[in-house]
Unconditional design. Structure first.
Length: 138
């Protein structure tokens, strides 16, 4: 496999595996902190649909591969700032709006449901980018 494909697989699989537990941990920590304050009439929920996780990972994989293709084959040095994770976040947010998934969602619901997924994708893309051009050991 090519190093770009290996990099894409690493980032996407790590995002797929880690994003749900991180979302749950952050959500439960937020609920625990709010319970300390104990405000009256307080309600909070968060959810992360596996369909949305898979769609985000598919968009992320497509944009990483497109960025790699544009750089190696066509010779573009920069694909709109060369940030496939940022582009996939924007496209995914447009998808959420277009599909009607954000209907009646509050800002904190969006923040605690999807921001950990975006954060894990960014962290893993920066972690694995240092190993991007290295071949796999035999």
């Amino acid at each position: 496999m090519k190093p770009a494909q290996i990099y894409t697989l690493k980032v996407c699989l790590a995002t797929l595996v880690v994003s749900v537990p991180v979302t749950m941990a952050i959500g439960f920590a937020y609920i625990g902190l709010i319970r300390l304050i104990n405000p009256p009439n307080w309600m909070f929920n968060f959810s992360l649909s596996f369909n949305h996780v898979f769609i985000f990972v598919a968009i992320l994989a497509a944009l990483i591969m497109l960025s790699g293709y544009l750089i190696t084959k066509i010779g573009y040095k920069r694909f709109v700032n060369d940030r496939p994770v940022a582009h996939s976040i924007v496209i995914f947010l447009f998808y959420l709006i277009a599909s009607g998934s954000t209907y009646l969602m509050t800002f904190d619901h969006l923040l605690f449901s999807y921001a950990p997924m975006f954060l894990t994708a960014y962290v893993f893309s920066s972690i694995f980018s240092s190993q991007k051009d290295k071949p796999l050991p035999a």
